[in-house]
Design a protein around this ligand. Sequence first.
Ligand code: FMN
Length: 211
Amino acid sequence: MKSADILEALNWRYAVKTFDTNKKVSAEDLATILESARLAPSSIGIEPWKFLVVNNPELRAQLRAAGYDQTKITDASHLVVITARTDANNLPEELVARTAKTQGKTAEDLSTLHQMAAGAMSSKSPEALDLWLKSQSYIPLGMMLETAALLGVDACPMEGFDPTKVGEVLGLEAKHLKVVTMLAIGYRGDDAYASLPKTRRAYDEVVEIIN
Ligand SMILES: Cc1cc2nc3c(=O)[nH]c(=O)nc-3n(C[C@H](O)[C@H](O)[C@H](O)COP(=O)(O)O)c2cc1C
């Protein structure tokens, strides 16, 4: 893919407000978007997240009520709820277990990695740990937004919801998860917003080259 194609897709991408209720994202495109989230990097590789694809229409209606009645929550082809793990204590063990399995190493070989992950958790106050774990999940959100755009699939990231209500609707506490963002995925309908010129700071305002 050429730079011009990537930039064209990124300029075409808008946080779409109105989705076409009749158009569905293909299983292949959806899987690619979710796979790009799974492949996202995270600090020390802890991957403290889970992506919930909510297809159930009743749950989608309840999430819309928890999401200030944003129509995209029910109208988009798919809804992904991006959550952060709340059982931080399990994350270092899991990191070591999957690294050992995929790289053919022993837990002993990976003791430094375990110490690093456990240290990163224990050195933080509960509030700082919560913020750190939650902030990791904005990376897969960004990856999904970009992947969707490259596939010509529309999306809208959302933070406009009541997290307590979303947690209740999806039973997140029992799953040791906390909602961070939601992502509506589909195809734009008659969306006036997506035809406005894109508003962005100038390149030189946000990029500084330090030689
Ligand atoms: C983390 C995050 C949360 C957002 N929450 C909402 C939301 O709840 N509802 C909405 O319509 N747009 C939401 N947006 C979209 C932004 O308003 C939008 O990305 C920004 O204004 C830039 O416009 P563009 O993405 O269309 O280029 C959110 C974006 C991000 C990154």
